[in-house]
Design a protein around this ligand. Structure first.
Ligand code: ADP
Ligand code: ZN
Length: 445
C-alpha cells in the first residue's frame, strides 16, 4: 500500500496537506524528522500513517492523558489498533496490554514521558524487547525552557536516542520560533534531522486588537453579535476565569470556566459540554486547549495580554480548525504589559528573564502595530508575508493621517514644564486648562 492509498483507506482524505507526504516518506526511510505545522495542520497523520505502513510498534509520546485518549479512540474507530498506558489502568488491564504488545497486536502505543523514564516501572527495557519502528514526540516544544509550555519530564526524552539508536524519531510541534526549534533538536539529539516547516498562516482567522477600556461592556457587545457561536475567552488568572464565567452567566450566556485548579470532574464536565455545544463559551486560562479538537470554535478572545507570541498564536489557532471564517480579538492595555513584566523576571536566572522579557516585548509590539498584524506574526515565525493581508484590523481600517508635530510638541512641553513630576491624566487636564480641583493653583495660571 502506498502512503496515498493508506490516507484514502484509513482516513478517508483524498490528498495530503502541507508537507505531510514528504515527512511520511522520511520516516519510512528511517530518517529523523522535525515537523512544524500550525495547529490544525494535520500533524498526527505524519506519524499515524507510517505506523500503519510499518511492520512494528510506534511509540507516541504525548503530554496529556486526555489528548491520548481521544486519539486512541479515534484510531480504533478507524480500525487501527492503538492503546495508551496510564496510571489509572488496573493491573489486569496493564497485563492484557503487555500481552497484546508482545503479540504485535498494537500499532501505536501512547505514553507520557515520565512513564518511559520515570523512577518506577521503567518501561524502556520492556519496549526494547519489542519491534519498535518509530518514535513520535508530540508537542515537542514542551522540552524547551524557551517555549511557552515547558514540561520538565520532557527533558528525560534526551535519553531516547541512546536507548533506541536505530529507530527514527519524529518530533512535532506547532511552535516555530528559532530558539525553541534549535533547542528541540539539541535536546532530543536527533540524527541529521530533516526539518519541515509549513506555512503558519491561518488565512481564515481575522486578527484584531482593541484598547481595553470598560472591557466587560466591549466583550458583551462582541458576544451578543455572535449568540449562536462557540468561542474561547482566555484570562490570565484562574480566579478571573471563574469571575468572568459567572458574570457572563448573569448576562444570560452559556459559559463555563476552565483552569488547572478545578477538580478533574469539573474540568471534564465543562470540556465535554463545550465540545457538545451545550456550553457556547469557555472562559479559560492557557491550561485549556492543548489537544482540544473542536473544529467549530468561531472566536478566541484574550481579555488579558498573553505572555508571548508563541502562546498567543497557538491559542488563537484553536479558532477555525474547520477552515471557516473565525476571529481572534485581543483587548490590550499597557497596564497589563507592566504587570506581566513583573512576572517575567525569574529570580537568579538572568538569561531566562531576559528572553522572557524580550518575548513579552514582542507581544506588546504586536498590540501597538500600525502595520499588518498577520505580516508581523508570519515574520515572527521567520516566514515572509506581503504587507497587506486584508483581514486584520489594521488592513481593514482606513486611517486618516495628519501631521501631529505641533500636538506632540505641546504635550512634551507640558511634561517638561511640570518638571516631569505628574502622571498622564494630570498632564492632559493641565493642557486642556481644566478647572479640576486636583489641578494646582499655579498650574491653572
Ligand atoms: P494538529 O495536531 O496539527 O493540530 P491534527 O492532526 O489534529 O492537527 O489534524 C487536524 C484535522 O485535520 C484533523 O481533523 C485531521 O483529521 C485533519 N486532517 C489531517 N490531514 C488531513 C488531510 N491530508 N486532508 C484533510 N484533513 C486532514
Ligand atoms: Zn493585515
Amino acid at each position: 500500500m502506498t502512503p496515498l492509498q493508506a490516507l484514502q483507506k484509513y482516513f478517508g482524505y483524498s490528498n495530503f496537506r502541507h508537507q505531510q507526504e514528504a515527512i511520511i516518506q522520511h520516516v519510512l526511510n528511517k530518517q529523523d524528522v522535525m515537523a512544524l505545522m500550525p495547529t490544525g495542520g494535520g500533524k498526527s497523520l505524519c506519524y499515524q500513517l507510517p505506523a500503519i505502513l510499518l511492520h512494528g510498534l510506534t511509540i507516541v509520546i504525548s503530554p496529556l492523558i486526555a489528548l491520548m485518549k481521544d486519539q486512541v479512540d479515534s484510531l480504533n474507530v478507524s480500525g487501527i489498533p492503538a492503546a495508551f498506558l496510564n496510571s489509572a489502568q488496573t493491573p489486569e488491564e496493564q497485563r492484557q496490554l503487555v500481552e497484546r504488545l508482545r503479540n504485535n497486536q498494537i500499532k501505536l502505543l501512547y505514553l507520557a514521558p515520565e512513564r518511559l523514564f520515570g523512577q518506577e516501572n521503567k518501561l524502556v527495557p520492556f519496549l526494547k524487547t519489542l519491534n519498535v519502528v518509530q518514535i513520535a514526540i508530540d508537542e515537542a516544544h514542551c522540552i524547551s525552557q524557551w517555549g511557552h509550555d515547558f514540561r520538565p519530564e520532557y527533558l528525560m526524552l534526551a535519553q531516547l536516542k541512546n536507548e533506541f539508536p536505530n529507530v527514527p524519531v519524529i518530533a512535532l510541534t506547532a511552535t516555530a520560533d528559532k530558539l525553541t526549534q534549535k533547542d528541540i533538536l539539541e535536546k532530543l539529539n536527533l540524527h541529521q534531522p530533516a526539518v519541515f516547516v509549513s506555512s503558519f498562516n491561518r488565512a481564515n482567522i481575522t486578527y484584531r486588537v482593541t484598547p481595553k477600556k470598560s472591557w466587560f461592556k466591549q466583550l458583551i457587545t462582541f458576544l451578543k453579535e455572535r449568540p449562536d457561536e462557540s468561542g474561547i475567552i482566555y484570562c490570565l488568572s484562574r480566579k478571573s476565569t471563574e469571575d468572568l464565567a459567572a458574570d457572563l452567566k448573569d448576562e444570560g450566556f452559556a459559559a463555563e470556566a476552565y483552569h488547572a485548579g478545578l477538580n478533574n470532574e469539573v474540568k471534564a464536565k465543562n470540556q465535554e459540554a463545550f465540545l457538545r455545544d451545550d456550553v457556547k463559551i469557555i472562559v479559560a486560562t492557557i491550561a485549556f486547549g492543548m489537544g482540544i479538537n473542536k473544529s467549530n470554535v468561531r472566536y478566541v478572545v484574550h481579555v488579558d495580554l498573553p505572555k508571548n507570541i508563541e502562546g498567543y498564536y497557538q491559542e488563537t489557532g484553536r479558532a477555525g480548525r474547520d477552515g471557516l471564517a473565525s476571529e481572534a480579538l485581543l483587548l490590550y492595555s499597557p497596564g497589563d504589559a507592566g504587570k506581566l513584566q513583573h512576572f517575567a523576571r525569574i529570580e537568579g536566572n538572568e538569561e531566562q528573564s531576559r528572553i522572557m522579557l524580550n518575548k513579552l516585548n514582542d507581544m506588546v509590539k504586536y498590540c501597538q502595530l500600525q502595520t499588518c498584524r498577520r505580516q508581523y506574526l508570519m515574520n515572527y515565525f521567520d516566514e515572509a508575508f506581503p504587507p497587506n493581508c486584508g483581514s486584520c484590523d489594521v488592513c481593514l481600517t482606513e486611517f486618516k493621517r495628519f501631521d501631529g508635530t505641533l500636538i506632540a510638541q505641546k504635550a512634551l512641553s507640558a511634561v517638561s514644564r511640570l518638571n516631569e513630576r505628574f502622571g498622564v491624566n494630570y498632564v492632559i487636564d493641565f493642557l486642556r486648562g481644566s478647572k479640576n480641583e486636583k489641578i494646582r493653583e499655579e498650574h491653572k495660571q
